[in-house]
Each structure stands twice: as structure tokens, then as C-alpha cells.
Design a protein around this ligand. Structure first.
Ligand code: TRP
Ligand code: SF4
Length: 580
């Protein structure tokens, strides 16, 4: 997330400067140039620049958490799962056998294909490591956002579930549901709706006055899906999805926070600080020996004076306080605090100094603060009683002077759950790369040759691979001389994402032989095509075997809802979002 000018907005979903937006004609609003990356849950799922997802959207690289994941899945090891939001707590829970959950949802708009398999595999992997696993059929969304009829939805739903079960999802320990049938989910979605405003739907998704209401209901239903694993008890929960779903994840993280009884922050005095103001005050507090008459009791006013005297504006055209020569971004003030130097926008410096000055002789003293957000009176009172050590009670908050931030967070959750609250942990996510289409470009269900359905005839699958575009050179001689371009080859991707399964050696072998020119595309595709055929044969065999598991599920695959085509006022670009 950005620090600085917009950190007054506590909302993760709305504070991003580039927000994924869908406009009512199905186009993507906010795309100013071809290079702009937008994350659009209902639009194109091609991502041209994964790098930008880190820098512009604050998605973290999966490499950072990989070492803490116990026996990572091959999709994680190979960088197919490339990003995450706060996956650390989930990895930790898996390591310690603590409660954790994994949930993802599938819009039954067509046949399940090899892109969906990535997500099936991720859910199943978490389940096998002890997490509560959930898979849901997003039929309300398919109906509202894609306009599918209920009989179409029923058929597709069946096919998704058979593949999920065939790949190893255990329905005994896990839960499968359809949005349309889950009363508990819908009740909760209704509650969540009271925390979400229409303006956010506009800001995050580009909804406008023409957007049909069912579409909005399907969004709030997805928010409920994401928090569903925590309805009984809070626990780290991962939502494995494609990056196009990130706007949903951010919104759900916001809503989870808004449902909490208390917000825990850190403060230094009676007034509130934004994140960047706090960073500055922390730095100033650390230097208290330099300016406080009594270092055990630095005063806000002393800090304000000292801070004012130690500012260096390096870009300032205004000139007044220019002392330094460091290059900072335009408009930023470089604050040199002896050895510590931090760069903060001057608006933050000004507001911080003002707050410190206004507090005058009040001591500057670190503390954790519990802000009352939705707490009942009893919960508020119970929290006060539960806080150990020195504490101070105000109207809307409680300050505790002897608690660490981590202990405070835990205590707040405990009091909340003991008093009828949910105590949600912010949901985590992982993001996987989208597979390249077999014909080059992106995979799209409207171009059957571009993707392989899990229902494709095995021979058909063989043929599609044989006909795939490659990263090979024009001639065999050139290939031997220059090597192939495995990084741009959909066939190589098939090995890495699916065909090699757990066999990392095979993936490395294909790659190395390809780029060194030892491997030619004809044989390479033959090998891949055979593996694909075998995979499809085996998978379809398993689908037959799990038929009885499906029949045993407490889920209806014959909706008795009547279909009236929804208004066509929403996104009409319904064909290309195939890889979540
Ligand atoms: N919106 C998702 C899609 O387009 C489906 C979905 C619904 C989902 N609820 C979810 C995904 C919850 C992850 C978590 O396919
Ligand atoms: Fe792709 Fe295989 Fe050809 Fe390399 S040899 S470009 S991996 S098909």
C-alpha cells in the first residue's frame, strides 16, 4: 500500500490509486493506455505485466513466504503461484497444525479446464495439510453477471464438482456448497451488506446506476464466501485465485476489519495518528534524549519544536528551510533526524507538528490503543477489565501502556468472540499465473483450440497439444544453434503447470534441453501430447468413480429456480475470463 497522502483512508480496497473497474458496457474503465494493468474480475484475465501487480497493487511476491511453507506444492515451487496477500499466517498455521482454512469459488459458466485445475489442486493441497477446505459454486454470480440460465448452471456445476472430487477433494472433511442454496451464507451476506456502500461498488468495480441489483448481490455474496470459513471461529484463511480476483480480496479484507469490535492501533499521546504520521513520531520519540528536559517524560511541545528545527527541504523552491542537498521526490520534505533519515511528504510533517504542538505539555508516551468500532457496552467494559497493567479509558477508546501490539490484537479478538462477535482474521490470498493459450495469446473458452477442457476427449487433448504454438525456431538447424524459447512456449508451460506433476526434474530437463537446443519441438510436443492424453484418460476415469461421492453430497444439481434472463445492463464481455 502507498504510505503518504492517502493514508487517511483506512480502506485497502479504495485507497489504491489504480482500481480495477468494470464499466457497464463491459469495457474496462481506468485503462488509460495499453500498458496499464487493471484487475478486472469480469473482464479479460490476461496480465501483461506481473511486476506491476507488486508495485501498483501491493501484492507481495510468493518467493518471500515460500521458505516458510511446509513442503510447498509444485505450483508454488515453480513460481506459478507467484503472489499473495498475507499468506504468512496461513503457512504458520499449517506448520503448527493450528486451525486454518482454504476456500475458492468457481463460476459455472462452461466446462472446467486445466486453468481451474490449478485452483482445485491448491485447495486440495491445503486440505491435505490439515486446513478446512471449501469449494463453492458461484451460481448466483454466473446468473447475475453472466446471464446463464439455471439449467445451464446446473450442468456446469456438476462438471466442476466431479473434477474437483476426481482430483482428490475430500468432501467428508471439506465443504462444498452452491451460493444459491446456502442460507447461512446468504444471511451473512445480508449482514455484510450493511457495511458496504454503493460508492465502493462504483469505486472498486465501476458499477453505476445501470448495474443490475443482482450483480451487486453477487458481489456481497462473494464477500460472504470469503469470510464463510470463519463464521464459527476466526482462523487464517487463504483464498487461492487468479489476480483478477484481487479487488474482491481487498474489499473482503476491508469488510472483515469493519466487522471487528475493536480496532487496535499504536499511539503516542491522546490524539490519533495516520500511519505515516506515526512513522514520523516514532522516529522523533526515539531521539527524545536530544531534546527532552526529562528524557523519561518527553513533552509533545518539545518534540514539535525539535522536529521543526531539524527539517530539511531538499526540493523546496519555497526556500525557507532548505538545508540538505539530498534528492527527494518533488514536494517531499527530507527530514534528517541525526543518524535517522526518513522521507515524508510535507503535508504529513505539517500535520504532525500541528498535532504535537496542540498537545502541548502532554507527555509523549508509546501505547497501544483499542478503538471502539462495533463493540457492545459489555464488550467494551470486559476489555477494560481484561487489560493488564496501566491503562486509561476514554469515551471511544482505551489506551494500554504495558501491552505489546501483538498481545493487544489477540486480546481484542478474544473479548470480541466471547461477546458474540466474529473476530475475523483478515483473509489471505494467493495468486497464480494465467496459462498462455495453446494458440498463443490467452486461453479463452470461445476459442476451443486455445485451451484444454477437463472433459475433452483424450485424443482431442492429444491433438490440441500437437497443434499448439511453441517457442521454437523456424528450422531445426536454428533451433539446435539458438535453442528454443521455453519462456514463451505454451508447451513448456503445460509441463510446468500440469504434465510433469510433482516431478521437478522433468520440468528442468525440458527447460534446459529446450534452451540449449538439444530438444526439438516435434518430439517435445509428442511427449507432452502423450502425457496430456494419459492425464485426461485417468482424470475422466476418476470422474466416473467419484460419481457416487457427488450423489452423496448434500447439494442439489437440479435447481427449481425459474430463469428469466437478467437485464443486459451489466458486463457483457463474458467470454474471456477463464483462468481463475
Ligand atoms: N468471482 C469468482 C470468479 O469469477 C468466483 C467466486 C465466487 C469466488 N465466490 C468466490 C472466488 C470466493 C474465490 C472466493 O470465478
Ligand atoms: Fe517449447 Fe518444447 Fe519447442 Fe522448447 S522444444 S520451444 S519447450 S515445444
Amino acid at each position: 500500500m502507498h504510505t503518504g497522502s492517502n493514508d487517511e483512508t483506512p480502506s485497502e480496497a479504495t485507497s489504491s490509486t489504480i482500481t480495477a473497474t468494470v464499466v457497464s458496457d463491459g469495457g474496462t474503465a481506468g485503462a488509460e493506455g495499453a500498458d496499464d494493468v487493471t484487475l478486472d474480475p469480469w473482464g479479460s484475465s490476461a496480465v501483461s505485466d506481473y511486476e506491476k501487480l507488486f508495485t501498483e497493487f501491493g501484492i507481495e511476491t510468493f518467493d518471500d513466504v515460500l521458505p516458510s511453507v511446509p513442503n510447498p506444492h509444485y505450483l508454488m515451487r515453480r513460481g506459478v503461484v507467484f503472489g499473495h496477500r498475507e499468506y504468512g499466517p496461513v503457512a504458520e498455521a499449517l506448520r503448527n497444525n493450528d486451525p486454518a482454512a482454504a476456500l475458492s469459488g468457481f463460476m459455472p459458466t462452461g466446462d472446467p479446464h486445466i486453468g481451474h485445475k490449478l485452483v482445485f489442486d491448491e485447495i486440495i493441497w491445503h486440505q491435505q495439510r490439515g486446513a478446512d477446505a471449501y469449494a463453492l459454486i458461484a451460481d448466483l454470480e454466473a446468473h447475475a453477471a453472466r446471464g446463464l440460465t439455471w439449467s445451464e448452471i446446473d450442468e456446469h456445476a456438476r462438471n466442476y464438482l466431479l473434477s474437483l472430487l476426481a482430483l482428490g477433494f475430500d468432501p467428508e472433511s471439506g465443504e462444498i456448497y452452491r451460493q444459491s442454496e446456502n442460507r447461512k451464507l446468504q444471511n451473512f451476506a445480508f449482514e455484510l451488506g450493511s457495511k458496504a456502500n454503493f460508492s465502493e461498488f462504483e469505486g472498486i468495480y465501476g458499477f453505476d446506476s445501470e448495474t443490475n441489483v443482482a450483480y451487486m448481490q453477487s458481489v456481497i455474496t462473494q464477500m460472504a464466501d470469503i469470510l464463510y470459513p470463519q463464521l464459527e471461529e476466526p482462523k487464517p484463511t487463504v483464498i487461492p485465485v487468479g489476480p483478477d480476483q484481487d479487488p474482491h480480496v481487498r474489499f473482503a479484507r476491508d469488510l472483515a476489519a469493519r466487522m471487528r469490535f475493536f480496532k487496535v492501533t499504536e499511539a503516542y499521546a491522546s490524539f490519533e495518528l495516520t500511519d505515516s504520521e506515526r512513522e514520523l513520531v516514532t522516529a522523533v520519540y526515539d531521539e527524545r534524549e536530544l531534546y527532552a528536559e526529562d528524557a523519561s517524560r518527553p513533552r509533545c511541545a518539545e518534540a514539535a519544536t525539535w522536529l521543526t528545527d531539524h527539517l530539511m527541504i531538499s526540493t523546496g523552491e519555497s526556500g525557507e528551510r532548505v538545508e540538505g542537498s539530498e534528492n527527494t521526490q518533488d514536494g517531499d520534505t527530507h527530514i534528517s533526524i541525526d543518524t535517522v533519515g526518513i522521507v515524508v511528504p510535507d503535508t504529513v510533517v505539517e500535520s504532525t507538528i500541528e498535532k504535537l504542538e496542540n498537545a502541548g505539555m502532554e507527555p509523549l508516551r508509546p501505547r497501544v490503543r483499542f478503538l471502539d468500532a462495533n463493540a457492545t457496552d459489555e464488550a467494551f467494559d470486559a476489555l477494560i477489565t481484561a487489560i493488564e497493567g496501566e491503562k486509561r479509558r476514554y469515551d471511544e477508546h482505551i489506551d494500554a501502556f504495558e501491552l505489546s501490539a501483538a498481545d493487544a490484537t489477540e486480546l481484542a479478538r478474544e473479548v470480541e468472540t466471547n461477546h458474540g462477535g466474529y473476530g475475523f482474521v483478515a483473509p489471505s490470498s494467493t495468486y497464480h499465473r494465467f496459462m498462455t493459450g495453446l494458440t498463443g495469446g490467452k486461453m479463452s473458452s470461445s476459442v476451443p483450440a486455445s485451451h484444454i477442457s477437463l472433459l475433452d476427449d483424450p485424443e482431442k487433448g492429444y491433438e490440441k497439444v500437437k497443434a499448439a504454438t511453441t517457442g521454437g525456431r523456424e528450422t531445426a538447424e536454428k533451433q539446435r544453434e539458438l535453442g528454443g524459447k521455453a519462456d514463451e512456449c505454451p508447451v513448456y508451460e503445460l509441463f510446468a503447470y500440469l504434465l510433469a506433476n510433482d516431478d521437478d526434474l522433468l520440468v528442468t530437463e525440458v527447460y534446459d534441453e529446450c534452451v540449449s537446443g538439444d530438444r526439438l519441438c516435434g518430439n517435445c510436443k509428442e511427449q507432452a501430447a502423450e502425457l496430456m492424453q494419459a492425464f485426461l484418460e485417468e482424470h475422466q476415469e476418476k470422474r466416473k468413480e467419484v460419481q457416487s461421492l457427488l450423489d452423496d453430497l448434500d447439494i442439489s444439481l437440479t435447481s427449481d429456480r425459474r430463469s428469466i434472463a437478467p437485464g443486459d445492463t451489466t458486463d457483457t464481455d463474458s467470454t474471456d475470463n477463464e483462468d481463475n
